[in-house]
Design a protein around this ligand. Structure first.
Ligand code: DGL
Length: 266
């Protein structure tokens, strides 16, 4: 696999809201010296219920924003947006490489795993109905895909790891699923905050994949960044298309530390 050379240029990270900060946090911990530009389209959230046409338009608008920021690469942290990325790239040319959040999972399942594994995929309506995982995963995987439209809003609303999230995860996962799966793919940027809820619903035999870690490790394999310690460091930027006090608070939960959100229009 050829390395993507981005030198000192920032890594653009994009999600529908603050949820993608779970991925940004993992990227930042593996690339502490690489500047990042985060873009959360909080004005248009949720992406998981948008039509293909609207989602493709929003995604290409965000890419045009990244063109103006001179990024070295864009990581589409949103699963729903990743599901329309090929359509967007068929119509528009971008000067930077784009990595989606689904490829690292596909790559893992092509390399190391149990044989004929039973895999549970959970995601938004858009992601599940796009069939993108089904199309890309190896054929021997026994995949069961579940749409879970309530989960992202629940996490956005600060209700992860509560009795409510526990009950709703169980509702989607179904009681007979305990110890039935080998792996669980959390196909949405918000779900890392629900890992404990999924682990308790799915039982010990199921490995709930750490998607942010997986995505960051995949980038590490693919990227060639500049290692010059004396370089002039560009500050990380965190842009959102709508900012409320609650979003500021939630961004801290997703990223694990305080960050300054800046308003930008699309
Ligand atoms: N970020 C979206 C995703 O990963 C979930 C939230 C939304 O529906 O916008 O699919």
């Amino acid at each position: 696999m050829n390395k993507l050379i981005i030198g000192q240029k920032p890594i653009g990270i994009f999600d529908s809201g603050a949820g993608g900060l779970t991925i940004a946090r993992a990227v930042k911990s593996l690339f502490p010296n690489q500047p990042i530009i985060y873009f959360g389209d909080s004005l248009h959230l949720p992406y998981g219920d948008k039509s293909e046409k609207v989602l493709s338009k929003l995604t290409s608008d965000v890419m045009t924003f990244f063109e103006s920021q001179n990024v070295g690469l864009v990581l589409v942290a949103c699963n729903s947006a990743s599901s329309v990325l090929e359509l967007v790239q068929d119509k528009m040319f971008f000067t930077f490489p784009i990595v989606d959040v689904i490829s690292p999972v596909i790559s893992l399942f092509k390399q190391s795993r149990k044989t004929n594994p039973k895999v549970l995929l959970v995601g938004t309506r858009k992601t599940i109905r796009s069939n993108i995982y089904q199309k890309k995963l190896p054929n021997d995987i026994q995949l069961h895909a579940v749409e879970a439209p309530l989960l992202a809003p629940l996490v956005e609303d600060g209700l992860a790891q509560t009795d409510i999230s526990n009950a709703i995860v169980k509702h989607y996962v179904k009681p007979h699923s305990k110890n039935m799966y080998d792996y669980c793919i959390l196909g949405c940027t918000h779900y890392p905050l629900l890992v404990r809820d999924f682990e308790s619903a799915l039982g010990k035999s199921c490995e709930v994949l750490d998607i942010p870690k997986l995505v960051a490790a995949y980038l590490k394999q693919r990227l060639d960044t500049a290692q010059n310690a004396n370089k002039e460091y560009i500050t990380d930027r965190y842009y959102c298309t709508d900012i409320t006090e609650f979003l500021i608070k939630q961004s801290q939960v997703f990223f694990g530390q305080e960050i300054k959100l800046e308003l930008v229009s699309l």
